[in-house]
Design a protein around this ligand. Structure first.
Ligand code: 2HA
Ligand code: ZN
Length: 268
């Protein structure tokens, strides 16, 4: 049997969660991450610890294994005690049970946002079979921006692209925006998953955002760039000075053409 403590995916996951905490994005038990595992978990574990019901039909993911943060667990504590704060689950043949293979050794269970995560995985995999990561977090500037900026996909994406040159290169698919909705429900999960077919980033008004990617670095880097653009927007809008310079639509096209990215339709 392989030792899970030596697994690179677990070390990388802990490091990313720790970085997110240090950046101030994941206060208390805020935020959650799920990583679809490519490695064969039979090489690490030979049994199921317990079964945990899932309150929706995850049939498209039957047999797949995920490393997931736990409900009520603090990102702050993940690095020092992954076995209490994280779990590895396999979706059982019924599609509505998670088989716990490792973790939550205090009797814990997966994040309350599991429906939104698994539905987002299904949606992302349908447009990008290489997608592996879904991250939900509460970055400060992005969250502040949802208080003062129109909550539409078009307006939000346009502003974030205009703030700095890198934005359109890193997220040409833009950010999809949802209004405030009750979190932890299948409804917000379904709404998020619909948006995830259109972009890797989904902003939850007055709450935070979801980011997806092919690996942990890609999803983290995406959120980091969106948050940086939001920080700059909030920063210059707080000066009281007139906003006199910004990247024009023609310049956004110039960047997109040079870096060979296709900007989300209908924005510029
Ligand atoms: O898991 O962030 O949206 C805590 C949250 C809920
Ligand atoms: Zn949240």
């Amino acid at each position: 049997m392989k030792d899970i403590r030596q697994a690179k995916f677990l070390r990388d996951f802990c490091l990313i969660a720790d970085n997110m905490y240090r950046l101030g994005w994941d206060e208390r038990n805020g935020g959650n991450i799920s990583l679809l595992l490519d490695e064969d978990m039979n090489e690490y574990f030979d049994g199921v610890i317990r079964e945990i019901p899932i309150a929706f039909d995850a049939t498209p993911l039957v047999g797949k294994c995920f490393l997931v943060t736990g409900t009520g667990k603090y990102f702050k504590n993940i690095k020092d005690d992954p076995e209490t704060n994280l779990g590895i689950i396999r979706i059982a043949p019924s599609g509505n049970v998670a088989e716990l293979l490792w973790g939550w050794r205090d009797g814990g269970r997966f994040t309350s946002e599991l429906p939104a995560h698994l539905m987002s995985h299904i949606a992302r995999l349908s447009v990008d079979p290489q997608n592996r990561v879904v991250m939900h977090t509460h970055p400060n500037a992005l969250l502040a921006m949802t208080h003062v900026h129109p909550l539409t996909t078009e307006a939000f994406t346009h502003t974030l692209w205009q703030v700095m040159t890198e934005s359109i290169v890193v997220f040409p698919d833009g950010v999809e925006v949802l209004p405030w909705m009750l979190c932890g429900t299948n409804e917000i999960g379904e709404a998020t998953a619909e948006k995830m077919k259109l972009a890797r980033t989904v902003v939850w008004g007055l709450h935070g955002l979801y980011g997806a990617g092919r690996n942990l670095d890609e999803a983290f880097g995406l959120i980091e760039t969106v948050e940086k653009a939001a920080q700059l927007f909030m920063m210059y809008n707080s000066t009281g000075l007139e906003h006199i310079n910004y990247i024009t639509d023609a310049q956004l096209w110039e960047i997109a053409n040079f870096f060979k990215v296709t900007p989300k339709a209908g924005i510029i």
